[in-house]
Design a protein around this ligand. Sequence first.
Ligand code: NAD
Ligand code: UDP
Length: 327
Amino acid sequence: MQKFFHNKIVLVTGAAGFVGSNLVDALLKTGADVIGVDNFITGRKTNLSHLLENEESAVDNFAFIETDAIQSPATYLDEEIKVDVIFHLASPASPPRYQKNPVETYLVNSLGTHHLLDYLKTSNPAARFVFASTSEVYGDPQVHPQTENYWGNVNPNGVRSCYDEGKRLGETICGVFNRDFGLDVRIARIFNTYGPRIDPADGRVIPNFIKQALSNEEMTVYGDGNQTRSYCFVDDLVTGLMKLASVDEAKGETINLGNADEYTINETAQLVKGLVSSKSEVVFKDLPGDDPTRRKPDISKAKRILDWKPKVSFKEGLKKTVVDFDI
Ligand code: NAD
Ligand code: UDP
């Protein structure tokens, strides 16, 4: 995997985000030349400051372009640059943030994906393209755990649809460019991921609970807290994404990437509370619309094709995340 990326030109959209910035760091360690793109709609400059801070500390094999990933790279990359791999991660990802930016969300996942693939089709049809899809394509799943051949149970016109259906259309576009134009496309269905650099303010459950527990504020459980999620530590996800791009057999495949250990939201709250010895009280708030009741990936395909499985336990990962919170 390390060898595959050495000296390759890799474009990462969403590079200033939580997952994107962790991926950029891992790619740079392989000796890849990385171009990061972001418009900071949900990302943070500080996630990349160690790479960009000033000219002396700037990293030679990293370049950053502040722009909108909905448009084609032909508008912002020099003509002579031949990109070998694209990771398309640009998209708001937390429910409150994609619901605040619904148009931007469906456009970057649909039109943005189309423009990136169309760019590769003319500039380097042999390049590899990894699309950051999501467990949300399964909606409120009626199959448990979720396997890649399950088509999902998604509301096409609800509060989460800009994201869910945006990702589903993104997958459709990947399929068209793979089947009809022979492009090397790989789809990652990412399940809930957490870890250092997740934005404490982005409203997802792990940053909310950590922030609330550390400041002894009320911990807000939505609904009765019996809904479940399965949480993957970001380092494990980054390894999975890099394997997805580099393993030859993954060409054209759609693969779940996540941790199969499943927790209720009540269990999640208690775990975080205990870990930081918090005095917070757990309170119950209204469940947001279309909130999935269960979520757990079947990762046998990732094990078989990528020889990948998560290594970091939830407790261990939470400890590494808590120290990143500046509270
Ligand atoms: P994030 O919000 O931290 O990062 C997303 C990044 O994309 C941000 O830096 C944002 O500014 C950037 N971005 C959004 N729209 C853009 C645009 N039009 N042009 C340029 N940049 C743009 O979220 P994340 O958790 O790092 O998620 C990264 C990707 O992984 C997303 O595509 C998300 O849908 C997917 N994903 C994440 C999870 C998870 O649990 N973290 C789960 C499933 C899927
Ligand atoms: N959630 C919660 N309290 C919070 C934030 C989220 O109980 O402060 C719940 C949310 O309703 C959902 C689960 O935690 O059932 C995961 O939410 P998140 O926003 O992290 O992502 P999702 O998996 O829903 O996309």
